[in-house]
Design a protein around this ligand. Structure first.
Ligand SMILES: Cc1cc2nc3c(=O)[nH]c(=O)nc-3n(C[C@H](O)[C@H](O)[C@H](O)COP(=O)(O)OP(=O)(O)OC[C@H]3O[C@@H](n4cnc5c(N)ncnc54)[C@H](O)[C@@H]3O)c2cc1C
Length: 500
């Protein structure tokens, strides 16, 4: 069937990358280096690159992974700080884009709304909205690479709080931080106990009168050195490139060791964390009340605090932790179920994200809507029944980008394989439709649990498992075979007819 006139008028690209965050910029760099003849563009909904590291503007926003592993394998991390704040990460990402000529391929204010796959034409037709003008345009592409992150950009998550309207002061969500928020000398309550809360509390405590972290359930919190002296020494003596590579290997091994030790020996891990916390906190501090979660270490992401800054502000009396439930907001603060009232001038709801897969893009395949919960993730990077679509979801138990690098390598190898063999499309299909399934992200964090029914699932065997282990993924994605009985390659009907 010849392409319709409307289709043939649309610009066509070999690969369309959705999102100019750390994953999208990384994917573009791999594509440019490994497959320089491929045409591609990054479509970015916002007016700037960087994704997460440009969006969040709350005080102290930083990584909790070290940048030797959270940064790219191909670009050495040069900064002295290994745990880095958002501006340093943003500089690094934008440098990567500039050095690799990726800026010229990036189209800002381009929000991808939907993509429809046609098997006859072996291409996606992608519907785009110009976020600045509201204009709608259409593009076509051979491959769609979704690097749209994992959460909604327009709205953070806030649970329903009784009486919230009664509170007379500002209530701020970290995802929408007002530039002019003045909290100097004021009483601040930060609701939450995750990575954002433990970042905000010490940062705000420098200026605020007092900061209270109000949590329903404690989280595991461990101090981590902001500067990695070994990495800095390696880079000094071996040069940036070799020093970065070695530091990266060291930190991958370290992350893996900590994670697997916590999983294998949870009781011992719990005792070690408690011991470290006790040494960081003032004598007689109720450690078990505020720092002893009801779950095992790494059932949810462990919170890292650089140089123990959270513990320091608690020791100095500038911040405190309250573990209780909110009964209601009042005009002057928050009334807790215990009967205690926390007076506050400013309340920050560090209550999390709204998970959203694939940038909220509506997908159809040959006219049929793709329902994500009906799909299975193939090698953690493609979807069953969906041709020519790859996605970038990183690790939840170590640095996100470690996985992104490996899956970009695999993606480029897959495209090269298809070119060599004259294939236009490939689609993962499980040979056993009755295979037991489980959630794609097997992780206890609240934001993941809330979204579990809207995400793809994973199977119980390779290649349908989503690995969270770097070493396994090196075997699978870097050196493992591209072909596989569960991956169906094809040639477009239109092209096959034309060349017959
Ligand atoms: C505050 C914070 C700190 C974090 N710290 C760490 C850490 O230390 N270590 C770690 O491993 N992980 C961390 N994470 C998790 C994760 O690694 C980061 O969010 C990471 O930056 C994700 O990168 P990404 O490029 O995949 O997605 P994002 O950074 O979310 O970027 C996605 C981009 O896609 C764009 N986009 C989305 N949908 C569309 C669409 N439909 N059309 C066009 N464009 C679209 C967005 O505008 C955005 O620019 C953190 C997350 C947060 C929120």
């Amino acid at each position: 069937m010849p392409p319709s006139p409307a289709r043939s008028a649309a610009e066509h690209l070999d690969v369309l990358i959705v999102g100019a965050g750390i994953s999208g910029i990384g994917a573009a760099r791999y594509l440019k280096t490994e497959l320089p003849s491929k045409s591609f563009a990054i479509l970015e909904a916002r007016r700037a690159s960087g994704g997460t590291w440009d969006l969040f503007r709350y005080p102290g926003v930083r990584s909790d992974s070290d940048l030797h592993t959270f940064g790219y394998e191909f670009k050495p991390w040069r900064d002295e700080q290994s745990i880095a704040d958002a501006p340093r990460i943003l500089d690094y990402l934008r440098q990567t884009a500039a050095e690799n000529g990726i800026d010229a391929h990036t189209r800002y204010h381009h929000k991808v709304l939907g993509a429809s796959w046609s098997s006859d034409e072996a291409r996606w037709t992608v519907e785009v909205e110009r976020a600045d003008t509201g204009e709608r345009t259409t593009l076509t592409c051979g491959w769609l690479f979704c690097a749209g992150g994992y959460y909604r950009y327009d709205e953070g998550f806030t649970p329903r709080f009784e009486g919230l309207d009664r509170f007379e002061g500002p209530v701020v969500h970290p995802q929408h931080w007002p530039e002019d928020l003045d909290y100097a000398g004021k009483r601040v309550v930060v609701i939450g106990s995750g990575a954002t809360a433990v970042t905000l509390v010490p940062s705000m405590a420098g200026t605020a009168g007092h900061v209270t972290m109000l949590q329903r359930t404690p989280t595991y919190v461990m101090p981590i050195a902001r500067r990695d002296v070994v990495a800095n020494a390696l880079k000094k003596f071996l040069g940036r490139r070799r020093g970065h590579a070695l530091s990266r290997r060291k930190n991958i091994a370290q992350q893996r060791l900590v994670w697997s030790a916590c999983r294998r020996f949870p009781k011992t891990a719990r005792r070690v964390i408690r011991w470290v916390n006790t040494r960081q906190l003032p004598a007689g501090y109720p450690v078990d009340e505020h720092f002893n979660p009801p779950y095992d270490p790494w059932d949810q992401r462990l919170c890292a605090v650089p140089d123990g800054d959270l513990f320091r502000v608690i020791r100095e009396g500038r911040a405190s932790v309250v573990t209780d439930r909110i009964a209601t907001f009042t005009e002057r603060g928050i009334l807790l179920e215990s009967g205690q009232e926390l007076e506050a001038d400013v309340v920050v709801t560090a209550t999390g994200l709204n998970v959203q897969a694939f940038g909220g893009i509506r997908l159809t395949v040959d006219g049929r809507e793709v329902r994500l919960p009906d799909t299975l993730a193939y090698k953690g990077m493609m979807l069953s029944g969906v041709p020519n679509l790859a996605f970038a979801i990183g690790y939840t138990n170590s640095s996100w980008t470690l996985k992104i690098g490996l899956l970009c390598e695999h993606f480029c190898r897959l495209l090269a394989h298809m070119d060599t063999h004259g294939h236009d499309s490939c689609r993962p299909e499980p040979s056993d439709p009755g295979m037991p399934t489980r959630p794609f992200l097997d992780f206890g964090a609240g934001y993941v649990r809330r979204a579990v029914d809207s995400l793809p699932r994973q199977g119980d065997r390779m290649p349908w498992l989503t690995s969270m282990d770097y070493r396994d993924d090196v075997k699978l994605l870097r050196s493992g075979s591209i072909t596989d009985p569960e991956l169906v390659f094809a040639r477009a009907a239109a092209r096959a007819e034309a060349t017959a």
